[in-house]
Design a protein around this ligand. Structure first.
Ligand code: HEC
Ligand code: HEC
Length: 166
C-alpha cells in the first residue's frame, strides 16, 4: 500500500496537463522566472489569498516556476471528513509527534493551505511534520521524516495531510 502511494507520488509531477506550448515548461531549467517573484510569503490564520487546494504548490512556487515566492514547505490540511481544515498549524521538528526541536511552525490559512518561503534545512536534514487542528485539540504526525516540504506531492487524492477524528 505504502509503496503504491509512493510510486504514484513520484509519477505525479510528470503527469502534466499543460497545453502544448513551445515555451519552456515550468519546472524546466530553461524556464525564465521573473526575479520580482522572489518575495517572502508565509501563510497566516485567516488569510485567503492562496488557491489550488490539494495541488502540489511547488509545481509553480519554485525557482523555475511562475508562482510568487519559492516555497520551502507547502500543502493543504484536511479534516477527518476530507474537507480543507482552516487555521490549523503545521510544525516541522527534529523528532516525531510534536517532540524534538521545533524548526518551523507554519499557520494554516483560512482556506486550509499552508506555505512558507523561510529557509529550511531540507533536503539535507529531513524533518518530522506534526499538524494541529484549529483549536489545538487534535494532532497528527508523520512517523518518519520527510526531506521534501512539498507535502501535497505525496499527500494527494484520498491521502491528504489529515487530522484524526476527535
Ligand atoms: C499551476 C501553478 C500554481 C500552483 C500549482 C500553485 N500556485 Fe499559487 N500562484 C501561482 C501564480 C501564477 C500566482 C500569482 C497569480 C495569481 O495570484 O493567480 C500564485 C499566487 C499564489 C499566492 C498569492 C501570492 C501573493 O503574492 O499574494 C499564494 C499565497 C499561493 N499562490 C499559494 C499557493 C499554494 C499554497 C499552492 C498549493 C496548495 C499553490 N499556490 C499552487 C501559481 C500556482
Ligand atoms: C515523500 C512523500 C511524503 C512527503 C513529501 C510528505 N509525506 Fe507525510 N506521509 C507520507 C507517508 C507515506 C505517510 C504514511 C506513514 C504511515 O502511515 O506509515 C505520511 C504520513 C503523514 C501524516 C500522518 C497521516 C495519518 O493519517 O496518520 C501527516 C500528518 C503527514 N504525513 C504530514 C506531512 C506534511 C505536513 C508534509 C510536508 C511538510 C508531509 N507529510 C510530506 C509521505 C510523505
Amino acid at each position: 500500500m505504502q509503496r503504491a502511494l509512493l510510486t504514484l507520488a513520484l509519477a505525479a509531477p510528470l503527469a502534466c496537463d499543460a497545453p502544448a506550448d513551445p515555451a519552456p515548461f515550468m519546472g524546466d531549467d530553461a524556464f525564465v522566472r521573473d526575479p520580482a517573484l522572489d518575495v517572502e510569503l508565509v501563510s497566516a490564520h485567516g488569510d485567503a489569498v492562496s488557491h489550488a487546494t490539494g495541488d502540489n504548490c511547488m509545481r509553480c512556487h519554485q525557482e523555475n516556476g511562475p508562482g510568487p515566492g519559492r516555497f520551502t514547505a507547502a500543502g493543504t490540511l484536511y479534516d477527518e471528513a476530507g474537507d480543507p481544515h482552516p487555521d490549523g498549524l503545521v510544525e516541522l521538528r527534529t523528532a516525531p509527534d510534536g517532540m524534538g526541536d521545533l524548526v518551523a511552525a507554519v499557520e494554516v490559512d483560512g482556506l486550509g493551505n499552508f506555505y512558507t518561503t523561510e529557509a529550511l534545512p531540507l533536503p539535507a536534514s529531513a524533518l518530522f511534520p506534526t499538524v494541529y487542528s484549529q483549536d489545538g485539540a487534535r494532532k497528527n504526525f508523520m512517523p518518519f521524516p520527510t526531506s521534501s516540504g512539498a507535502c501535497n506531492v505525496c499527500h494527494a487524492g484520498g491521502f491528504g495531510v489529515r487530522l484524526p477524528e476527535g
